[in-house]
Design a protein around this ligand. Structure first.
Ligand code: IPE
Ligand code: IPE
Ligand code: MG
Length: 257
């Protein structure tokens, strides 16, 4: 292989596979459609959120069985604060309750809880539950649940740029040293591999400010199911679909052979 080719080779996964059947380490999900699910049943939106939260352990288990190391769930976006105050506060109470109710499961399954997004803006009763479970699970490896809370890519990159600007100002960073590695190291996802597969439920075909930079080369899968109806079977179907895709990273199909 020529030097030029070597230079342009995409980074291989740990097991050296690329292209079709590439290893699946990280699945990110936009859990959407709770409100419509409830409305179709003549119930309040929060009822859909409760059903949605109950769905999480099943999908966590399926992801683990499929060999997924990181599962990242969009639970509350930086834009969701603009919803009616009653829905926002119900979501916050549900978050704290769900964390508490699943504590034993995280400990029993040795699942590490991580968060992305600016959690400092969450109510104290949420932060308490999150901080406790994060601390209790911080040494677990191999099985990670990442909750995106008050998360939005534009907010995340804004905070990262501010941090780096501060480092430049204090003389700890030269503008020439700014690289993608440096930028990604200042994102909330520092240390977490990029998502390989991004699933959105509810039939919406958009990313809604979720992991915009990290998902640059993620395979996208859109499900028509509302999140409370999403199933282990469809999760497995998405994983199987992922393994049929060819990830080319800008190369030609022939180069991957
Ligand atoms: C996703 O379901 C959960 C959150 C955004 C918190 P939605 O609440 O967005 O449900 P729809 O899209 O209105 O049906
Ligand atoms: C994205 O869903 C956020 C979460 C799933 C938490 P939204 O329902 O907020 O996104 P839009 O408004 O349809 O784009
Ligand atoms: Mg929605």
């Amino acid at each position: 292989m020529g030097l030029l080719n070597a230079f342009f080779m995409p980074q291989k996964n740990k097991d050296g596979r690329k292209g079709r059947g590439e290893r699946l380490r990280h699945v990110a999900i936009i859990m959407d459609g709770n409100g419509r699910w409830a409305k179709e049943r003549g119930k309040k939106r929060i009822f859909g959120h409760i059903k949605g939260a109950e769905k999480v352990p099943e999908i966590m288990q399926a992801a683990h069985e499929m060999g997924v190391e990181y599962l990242t769930l969009f639970a509350f976006s930086s834009e969701n604060w603009n919803r009616p105050a009653a829905e926002v506060s119900a979501l916050m109470r549900l978050l704290a309750r769900t964390i508490k109710a699943n504590r034993e499961k995280f400990l029993g399954n040795k699942t590490r809880l991580l968060t992305i997004g600016d959690v400092s803006a969450l109510p104290a009763f949420c932060r308490r539950e999150l901080d406790l479970l994060k601390a209790q699970t911080k040494d677990f490896e191999g099985r990670n649940l990442v909750l995106a809370l008050n998360y939005g890519s534009r907010d995340e990159i804004t905070r990262a740029v501010k941090k780096m600007a501060g480092q430049v100002k204090s003389g700890n960073l030269e503008p020439d040293e700014i690289s993608w590695d440096r930028i990604s190291g200042n994102l909330d996802t520092a240390g977490i591999p990029d998502p390989d597969l991004l699933i959105r439920t509810s039939g919406e075909l958009r990313l809604s400010n979720y992991l915009m930079l990290q998902a640059a080369y993620a395979e996208l899968y859109f499900s028509k199911q509302y999140w409370p109806d999403f199933s282990r079977e469809e999760f497995i179907a998405a994983v199987n679909e992922y393994h049929r895709r060819e990830r080319r990273y800008g190369l030609t199909g022939e180069q991957l052979k």
